[in-house]
Write a protein that binds this ligand. Structure first.
Ligand code: C2O
Ligand code: CU
Ligand code: CU
Length: 487
């Protein structure tokens, strides 16, 4: 990719944009539309629960557009994405992952605090036809996590084709709260990602942005939700695009959790930004809505500042897409009858997290975002990812402060394996309330320095590393990844 072309593209595309302003890429006209034929029923992934989980990754096809079906990947017979794994904190779980692709793969348990050898990073390769059987104790707090391939230089392709799934962890703190938790009824997982299609309807696996939004793999998705508080567990599983989410009548909603689980108290907002790899759990009150009325969850991505992935105005090319710099529907919601155990009020407090502060820190390090100039790939500290290189070594039980410095060309989504961290500072100003809980992925805008603190406890291994990387899978595949040992 030629990053030097960026500003030229910008100028050109703003001219193009004027001539095609009104056309909505999704074909969805207005929020108030009552023409339901425009929409497809949202796919809600089936779930598996217990302590034994079998996942089989296979090639599949899915009909997205008229003409040929699109070649996809899915787990357990799904045509895109995979089943939701529901686990209980404290359980010892056993997972068997079978790879029916003709290529290698891996499966990473994003956000989980587990031994490096069980992590499913680039080193835990599952050969074509092979089965990998990791097992671990679930230590994470109740929250929304996910699994996805992590094969070096194939992460983009395998994720783009649909390989991924949710993991929902339950724990006693969350279970004691009056929150919506009937999966598929008032507790809905939503994975957001966009795709571009080639003329033969195969996915284009080259650029940064898709032209068509897929919500749980459904184009123009709609769902009927009960007239009460509903919980949306939103995951940005994009290649790059960020989302600034809100509701079409601008009503406020409550953020109750982020990457590592519940916040200490709900935070009421009318917009929330979510970047590649991040999760946010929100509660939307539909209790006062008329039966049969409609509201859209939308991305308000118009006019974001440069460096926000998807703010580029071009509607085609490496850094453009039909969805760039636009507002578009993410989910068309129809209000239906309330369900049996309807939640009708919002708890005032949630969890009782005690976060790390500067006073706890036992070691500090700085990571610079580098590269990306004149067509070169992005890197950390000028090192391209090396399968056998160890970039950082951390002492078991150290509480580390990581300062991530981004003076380089674009925003990035920084993810660390093994731990959940606390964001303690952003050089641009305050840390957002939506990111005030435990986090494993943090957006680092262009020109900003972000400081986080994590404790690297429980799992030491002198040989097997964990990863830290940009969660833009094209940047990750391009070498914007490093490895650390804890020992
Ligand atoms: Cu979700 Cu290392 O990744
Ligand atoms: Cu991860
Ligand atoms: Cu990046």
């Amino acid at each position: 990719m030629n990053f030097g072309k960026l500003s030229a593209l910008f100028l050109l595309s703003s001219i193009v944009l004027i001539s095609c302003s009104k056309s909505d890429a999704s074909g969805v006209s207005a929020d108030t539309s009552t023409d339901t034929s425009l929409y497809n029923e949202l796919f809600v992934p089936p779930f598996i629960t217990g302590t034994n989980f079998n996942l089989t990754l296979d090639k599949a096809t899915k009909q997205f557009k008229s003409g040929s079906a699109t070649a996809t990947y899915g787990y357990n017979g799904n045509s895109f994405w995979g089943p939701t794994l529901i686990m209980n904190q404290g359980d010892d779980v056993q997972i068997n992952v079978t790879n029916n692709l003709s290529d290698q793969t891996t499966v990473h348990w994003h956000g989980f605090h587990i031994p490096a050898i069980m992590d499913g990073g680039p080193h835990q390769i599952i050969d074509a036809g092979g089965t990998w059987s990791p097992h671990f104790n679930v230590k994470n707090n109740a929250g929304t996590y996910w699994y996805h391939p992590h094969l070096h230089m194939k992460t983009y392709e395998q994720l783009a084709k649909g390989a991924g799934g949710f993991i929902i962890v339950k724990d006693p703190v969350e279970s004691a709260l009056a929150l919506p938790r009937t999966y598929g009824t008032d507790d809905i997982p939503l994975v957001l990602t966009s795709r571009r299609f080639n003329s033969d309807n195969t996915f284009d696996i080259t650029g940064a942005y898709g032209d068509y939004l897929l919500t749980n793999g459904t184009m123009n998705a709609q769902v009927t939700l009960p007239k009460q508080y509903v919980r949306l567990r939103i995951l940005n599983a994009e290649i790059e695009r960020g989302y600034d989410l809100g509701l079409s009548d601008n009503r406020s909603f409550a953020i109750i959790g982020n990457d590592g689980g519940l916040l200490n108290a709900p935070v009421t907002v009318n917009r929330v930004k979510i970047m590649a790899g991040e999760r946010v759990e929100i509660l939307v009150n539909l209790g006062a809505d008329a039966l049969g009325s409609r509201i859209d969850l939308k991305a308000y991505n118009t006019g974001q500042k440069f460096g926000f992935p998807g703010a580029e105005p071009a509607n085609a090319g490496d850094f453009g897409s039909l969805l760039n710099n636009k507002d578009f529907s993410v989910l068309h919601i129809k209000v239906g009858a309330s369900s049996a155990e309807a939640i009708t009020s919002l708890p005032s407090t949630l969890a009782n997290n005690t976060y790390w502060t500067n006073a706890d820190v036992t070691n500090s390090r700085t990571i610079n975002i580098t590269g990306g100039q004149a067509g070169s790939a992005f890197t950390f500290d000028n090192n391209t990812y090396g399968f056998t290189s160890i970039n950082q070594t951390i002492k078991l039980n150290d509480i580390e402060k990581w300062t991530i410095v981004n003076n380089n060309i674009f925003g990035h989504s920084f993810h660390v394996h093994d731990v959940q961290f606390k964001i303690i500072a952003r050089s641009s100003g305050a840390v957002g309330e939506h990111e005030s809980g435990w986090k494993d992925t943090v957006y680092v805008p262009l020109g900003e320095t972000v400081t986080v603190i994590a404790k690297f406890d429980d799992f030491a291994d002198a040989v097997n590393p964990y990863m830290y990387h940009c969660h833009f899978s094209n940047h990750e595949d391009g070498g914007m990844m490093g490895q650390f040992l804890v020992n």
